[in-house]
Design a protein around this ligand. Structure first.
Ligand code: ZN
Length: 211
């Protein structure tokens, strides 16, 4: 089950819960802000969050991750690159918004890593590297549930910025065309800042075709 939880910080963002209905355990993806509200929801629902998964280390996707990790005692997962977004307030942009986000002790993943739930090993997400918005951008894909958490790589009708540290339009284009548009058409894409969409819809209408 996917549960969308919009959070309101300096930039509004979609945090997502991907929860196994059988065990009520699951993953929290991109907790950008409002740690207390997220923690209250987890408690209210009786979920056990095993891992915090990060699509890329921008402040509006990681702002609440440290506090939630501390409260739940679960690891934070991301794809490390030389820009070191998670620990660097300049590349994660928190510095420019009057904050200092420096997250250390990250559990690293890379292309083809599979993140399985302890409570149900069949419940898992595969990591696909999709640089372009940032160098550390990854998506978390479930073939079984036909869905992917895509961060800021692609939105409904548009794509993420490529003019921030580590961004590159040609790299972004390659990631979208070769890594996302090649997924099954019915795959639902859950992004950081738009309504959900599908691979089929974006392959037809997304702005990347005109950039
Ligand atoms: Zn971003």
């Amino acid at each position: 089950m996917v549960y969308t939880f919009p959070v309101y910080g300096l930039i509004d963002e979609n945090a997502y819960f991907y929860i196994d209905d059988k065990s009520s355990s699951g993953f929290l993806i991109d907790p950008g802000a409002e740690a207390d509200k997220i923690l209250a929801l987890i408690k209210e629902k009786g979920w056990k969050i095993e891992k915090i998964l990060i699509t890329h280390g921008h402040f509006d996707h990681i702002g609440a991750a440290g506090k939630i990790r501390e409260a739940l005692g679960c690891p934070i997962v991301s794809h490390p690159t030389p820009e070191d977004y998670m620990a660097n307030p300049y590349t994660n942009l928190s510095y420019y918004h009057g904050m200092t986000i420096e997250l250390e002790n990250i559990q690293p993943v890379s292309e083809c890593s599979v993140i399985s739930l302890e409570a149900n090993k069949e419940f898992c997400l595969k990591v696909i590297e999709t640089p372009g918005h940032t160098t550390d951008s990854i998506i978390y894909y479930s073939e079984k549930d036909a869905l992917a958490f895509v961060g800021d790589t692609i939105f409904r009708g548009s794509v993420g910025r490529w003019d921030l540290p580590g961004g590159n339009l040609e790299t972004l284009r390659r990631s979208i065309v070769k890594k996302i548009f090649t997924l099954p058409g019915e795959t639902v894409l859950y992004s950081g800042h738009s309504e959900p969409t599908t691979v089929e819809e974006e392959a037809e209408k997304n702005a990347i075709s005109f950039l």
